[in-house]
Design a protein around this ligand. Structure first.
Ligand SMILES: NC(=O)c1ccc[n+]([C@@H]2O[C@H](COP(=O)([O-])OP(=O)(O)OC[C@H]3O[C@@H](n4cnc5c(N)ncnc54)[C@H](OP(=O)(O)O)[C@@H]3O)[C@@H](O)[C@H]2O)c1
Length: 288
């Protein structure tokens, strides 16, 4: 039975990964910042040594994109050095690492979906810290798979879907950015893909893009949320990015091309609108 150490098990994605792994034949141990701080290499190694996992899945991250501008040392400590610490432990323990990364490693100037080997050029501190994390894993000598995903939503975290639903219950009109385009992605679908990858047990030392199919602007995404969750009394109004001044810049276009993972692992996540319907089915119409 494969042993899996799930790091960041209390996060939005981590909770769904844990649920997906539970339905399979892996022996799973969960870790969060309370019982394994990835910024502490010594204690991290001690904790993992006791378990000797075959796989380390790293869902831990500093994910507040705007706060990362202000707290860039902290973002770097978790997303860069924390990932490096995990990769070094993986090398020492002969574990394979599955690491989550982001579309925000790209600058968003491309007009067609980003491929894995397209030039990276993060435009915010979060993206930079995640890119450094990717590079540290690649350079560590550990066996790895890096999965870049984007625009995640799920039941257990702050995310765009839940934010729109809450606003729609209290406002008649919501202004949403229409000049940023990406791939909305359901955490349960990513979690399922991770279990498939581990079950194959053949980490290839590669980066893969992994998102739901298709693409949308935040505005189009919001329109679909209102439609699927039946909040059509609320009007969604398109606005440009410059209407909302935020600490961190976002790429205007960060659609990821997921055909490499389809080719290598036969994994193809459903179209984003179908994933959103599934999310609605899973959680019901009301968000707490
Ligand atoms: N959210 C998105 O839209 C998005 C988009 C693209 C990529 N991603 C990537 O997907 C992954 C999962 O994101 P998410 O949204 O699920 O994250 P999240 O909900 O913010 O959860 C972060 C997790 O990291 C843990 N953590 C933070 N600092 C830690 C530390 N020093 N040591 C150990 N654990 C620590 C947290 O544990 P505690 O609960 O103990 O603090 C929590 O379990 C991340 O790699 C992220 O960069 C996310």
């Amino acid at each position: 039975m494969l042993k899996v150490a799930l790091i960041g098990s209390t996060g939005m994605l981590g909770i769904d990964v844990n649920a997906a792994l539970k339905g399979s034949t892996f022996l799973v141990k969960n870790y969060n910042s309370k019982n394994l701080d990835i910024t502490e290499p010594g204690s991290l190694l001690e904790v993992l040594k006791n378990f000797k996992p075959d796989y380390i899945i790293n869902c831990a991250a500093f994910t507040n994109v705007d706060l990362a501008e202000e707290e860039k040392k902290k973002a770097d400590a978790v997303n860069h050095l924390g990932s490096q610490n995990l990769a070094e432990a993986a090398l020492m323990l002969d574990s394979r690492i599955v690491h989550l990364s982001t579309d925000y490693v790209f600058d968003g100037t491309k007009k067609t979906p980003y491929l894995e080997d397209d030039e990276v050029n993060p435009i915010n501190e979060y993206g930079l810290s995640k890119l450094k994390g990717e590079n540290a894993i690649k350079d560590s000598g550990a066996s790895y798979i890096i999965l870049r995903t984007s625009w995640l939503y799920g039941k257990n975290g702050k995310n765009f879907v839940n934010a729109i639903l809450k606003l729609a219950d209290s406002q008649k009109k919501i202004e949403v950015v229409s000049d940023q385009t990406g791939c909305p992605t359901y955490t349960k679908d990513v979690a399922y893909a991770i279990t498939e990858i581990i079950a194959k047990d053949n980490a290839k030392n590669e980066i893969y893009h992994l998102t739901n199919g298709g693409s949308a602007s935040w505005y189009e995404f919001a329109l679909e949320i209102i439609h699927v969750f039946k909040r059509t009394n609320c009007e969604i109004v398109p606005v440009n990015t410059d209407k909302f001044v935020r600490p961190a810049k976002r790429p205007f276009y960060s659609v990821l091309d997921s055909s490499k993972i389809k080719e290598d692992y036969h994994i193809e996540l459903r179209y984003w609108k179908d994933a959103l319907k599934k999310y609605c089915n899973d959680i019901g119409y009301f968000v707490r």
